[in-house]
Design a protein around this ligand. Structure first.
Ligand SMILES: Nc1ncnc2c1ncn2[C@@H]1O[C@H](COP(=O)(O)OP(=O)(O)O)[C@@H](O)[C@H]1O
Ligand SMILES: [Mg+2]
Length: 294
């Protein structure tokens, strides 16, 4: 009997999250794979008092890891169970700075990006001198992002020194990045879903109310025909990051496409509704082929 596991985060119970596991389960079951959905709070991997990783309830052919909990994925990778996506890919995509570093030196266009300084000293204040350097490098407006944010919620446009100072202080103990603002792309980006290194479908997102085009913040999606240069950029990104599945956000600059971020667990509900493409089916078929062949 063919058996697969879908692993989800115990705290993520929004409709978009629930839809993701439900749809994928449906499509895998159409391929005659029986699927269980498990939350990370089933502690299916842990370390015992002999210092070994032990597993429970993991008698499956594969695991679709719809979570981003890097500790569990790390422990699971030492059990011979194929993870979609791999632990490494999930970890790198979860952290926006790690994503930019992984894509650097590989001829992938990206906005100029500075890593926010990691601070380990309680009570610290951001130095004026540091702000001088950020300001000089990026000018205003500039973009600040929490490295682990999603849905646009932790992406901010900073217009002047005072705002820069405030946000930098607020984020001093959180990993964050400073980034060049691609103003031509204000309120516009392209989300491309890639399965097994192949771009499957594109959606242009346009917001009239915000520089962030996320649907959750008022962006409106429409189908976008993926041209050759976008296709080869997205394939290359997913190859470098070794992703089975992802959603890549692309900015449209005066010099062409630029990678904004890569989501290893991109929701497909919205893009399916806008484009009519059955992304869950494509992903389920890809998984099936990887595990069982043909
Ligand atoms: N450097 C930038 N220049 C212009 N717009 C940006 C830039 N970075 C992000 N955006 C806009 O903000 C949105 C959210 O940023 P993103 O990095 O994708 O974070 P999130 O993970 O929260 O979606 C993007 O979809 C894009 O519309
Ligand atoms: Mg995004």
């Amino acid at each position: 009997m063919k058996k697969g596991l879908i692993l989800v985060n115990a705290y993520c119970e929004t409709n978009s999250n629930l839809n993701q596991s439900k749809r994928l389960k449906e499509e895998l079951e159409l391929l005659c794979v029986s699927v269980d959905i498990q939350k990370n709070d089933s502690f299916s991997a842990s370390i015992n008092s002999s210092g070994d990783i032990v597993y429970s309830n993991l008698n499956y052919d594969f695991c679709v890891y719809l979570d981003k909990d890097k500790y569990l994925s790390n422990m699971l990778q030492s059990k011979p169970i194929r993870l979609f996506n791999s632990h490494n890919a999930i970890q790198v995509c979860d952290d926006k700075m790690l994503t930019h570093i992984a894509l650097a030196n590989k001829n992938i266009p990206m906005p100029k990006t500075l890593a926010g300084l990691l601070c380990y000293t309680l009570g610290s204040t951001v130095k004026e001198d540091t702000l001088d350097k950020i300001e000089k490098e990026l000018g205003y407006p500039l973009v600040v992002k929490n490295s682990f944010g999603s849905l646009g919620e932790q992406v901010v446009l900073v217009n002047n020194r005072q705002e820069l100072k405030e946000i930098s202080q607020k984020l001093i103990f959180k990993p964050h990045i400073f980034q060049e603002y691609i103003k031509e792309s204000s309120g516009v980006d392209i989300r491309v879903i890639v399965v097994g290194k192949k771009p499957i479908v594109g959606m242009k997102r346009v917001s009239k109310v915000d520089f962030r085009s996320n649907i959750e913040l008022g962006g409106v999606g429409e189908k976008y025909e993926i041209d050759n240069s976008l296709a080869s950029l997205c394939t290359k990104v997913s190859e470098i990051l070794n992703l089975d599945y992802c959603g890549i956000d692309i900015l449209v600059s005066n010099n062409g496409y630029m990678v904004c971020e890569v989501n290893s667990n991109a929701f497909f509900g919205g893009i399916e509704a806008v484009t009519g493409v059955n992304v869950a089916k494509v992903y389920a078929e890809y998984i099936y082929k990887q595990i069982y062949g043909v």
